[in-house]
Write a protein that binds this ligand. Structure first.
Ligand SMILES: Nc1nc2c(c(=O)[nH]1)N[C@H]1C(S)=C(S)[C@@H](COP(=O)(O)OP(=O)(O)OC[C@H]3O[C@@H](n4cnc5c(N)ncnc54)[C@H](O)[C@@H]3O)O[C@H]1N2
Ligand code: MOO
Length: 392
């Protein structure tokens, strides 16, 4: 079977996914999710021409005064009356200007003498320190687009625009299944021949940010009926992720077990290193992603497939990881027949690949803050060369 290019596999995975139902949630619960539809302004911001400084609202044409301070305008206070010629209005940041005023003389530039003020010689232009009505946004403006990521700034604009709830896709459920006779639960005694199962806690940590609920199906033996039963138990999840048993060995039973449980495989084996044995398919309403067992391979394939899938199903317009450019600090060898996703970190002198690129080397993985992405067949790279990186 020929190896599928990463981008093609990602596209096929997205095509397998159904979109999740929409729901409205309070803004505080929308953080880290994506908008299910455009958000429009329900009001003007600012609602009127407002002062950006503490000082006096005046007519700029009357500068440098003298003016009589006839009234006061404070945010949340009574609305000011129209300003007569020769009058100033004491004003505070965020307060509306009286009709007739067109500039703010900041108090540092005003000399007050009882009820009167005069300005220092600094020039005062029309519109100075005035925020025009609707200069941030106007009623009906599309402020946030469907598919946009919701963070703190988007919450701020949505609330100012009059919203207290936002439309998002419902949370999804991810079932995690760990296969391998050698695995013992985290923290359990580890007899010779065994190792603690780290993939499920690692994947749960990777999924801690996106809007999903995790169901840990636990450790399942390399046994066809046991694995098929585990798939049946996971079938109500939106996404089933397995780790291990994905390759070609006699004990790699994930594919036949998925088949036995009624699943339909869409693709298997990707042109990437690590992560070649990755597979995906559908079982009823659930989408299945079979990751390799090696912890580094599981980490890299989760970064490139599982997290993008969660983002895609959750409505993200831009679900794939973003690449950036970086300068290499050390040489890299020629790339083989699969695209390389080298674990690396960014230092003062450029990006450095970690010493062990073995797909079982978790200590080296823990030092990485990015992946260097190199296409299959790329020639050796030298220090100073620019490479694509995928920040983690
Ligand atoms: N003849 C071939 N052998 C292998 C090939 C191949 O193409 N031909 N592919 C290799 C590649 S690439 C990878 S990656 C691995 C992945 O194989 P599996 O997905 O079948 O993984 P396992 O064999 O079950 O486990 C691999 C390794 O990872 C450890 N492991 C498994 N699960 C966990 C877990 N939950 N927590 C921590 N560590 C785990 C497991 O003990 C093994 O050491 O296959 C190559 N072989
Ligand atoms: O492709 Mo495997 O995932 O190298 O270790």
């Amino acid at each position: 079977m020929s190896l599928l290019p990463v981008a093609e596999a990602q596209a096929r995975l997205f095509a397998l996914a159904q979109s999740l139902a929409e729901e409205g949630v309070p803004v505080a619960q929308a953080v880290g999710r994506w908008l299910a539809r455009d958000v429009r302004a329900l009001r003007d911001q600012p609602w009127a021409a407002l002062s950006a400084m503490d000082g006096y609202a005046v007519r700029a044409s009357e500068h440098p005064g003298r003016w009589r301070v006839a009234q006061e305008s404070a945010a949340g206070g009574p609305l000011p009356l129209p300003l007569a010629p020769g009058e100033a209005c004491r004003i505070f940041t965020g307060a509306p200007l009286p009709d007739g005023a067109d500039a703010i003389l900041i108090q540092e530039n005003a000399r007050r003498d009882g009820d009167h003020i005069a300005a220092s010689p600094d020039p005062l232009a029309k519109g100075q320190h005035v925020r025009k009505a609707a200069s941030d946004f106007a009623t009906g403006d599309i402020l946030l687009k469907s598919g946009a990521a919701i963070g703190a700034a988007q919450i701020a604009v949505a609330v100012l625009a009059g919203h207290d709830r936002l439309p998002v896709r419902r949370r999804l459920t991810v079932a995690i299944l760990s296969t391998g006779n050698e695995l013992v639960p985290p923290g359990a005694p580890v007899p010779p021949g065994s190792l603690p199962s780290s993939n499920a806690p690692m994947l749960a940590a990777m999924l801690a940010g996106p809007p999903c609920d995790i169901v840990d199906i636990g450790i399942v033996a390399d046994d066809l009926p046991a694995l098929a039963t585990a798939f049946e138990r996971a079938k109500d999840a939106d996404i089933i992720v397995s780790t291990g048993g994905a390759s070609v060995g006699d004990h790699d039973l994930v594919r036949p077990a998925f088949d036995k449980a009624g699943g339909a495989l869409d693709f298997w084996k990707i042109r990437m290193r690590p992560g070649k044995p990755l597979m995906a398919g559908r079982m009823g309403n659930a989408l299945f992603l079979g990751l390799p067992g090696n912890p580094v391979s599981a980490f890299v394939t989760a970064t490139l497939f599982l997290l993008p899938l969660v983002r895609h199903m959750s409505g993200a317009a831009d679900p794939l990881p973003r690449t950036a450019q970086a300068r290499l600090a050390s040489a890299l060898p020629q790339v083989g027949e699969r695209d390389d996703y080298l674990r690396a970190y960014r230092g003062a002198g450029g990006v450095v690949s970690v010493t062990s690129q073995d797909s079982a080397a978790t200590a080296a993985l823990s030092l990485a803050d990015c992946l260097i992405v190199r296409a299959a067949g790329s020639p050796p790279a030298a220090p100073g060369d620019i490479v694509s990186i995928l920040p983690l």
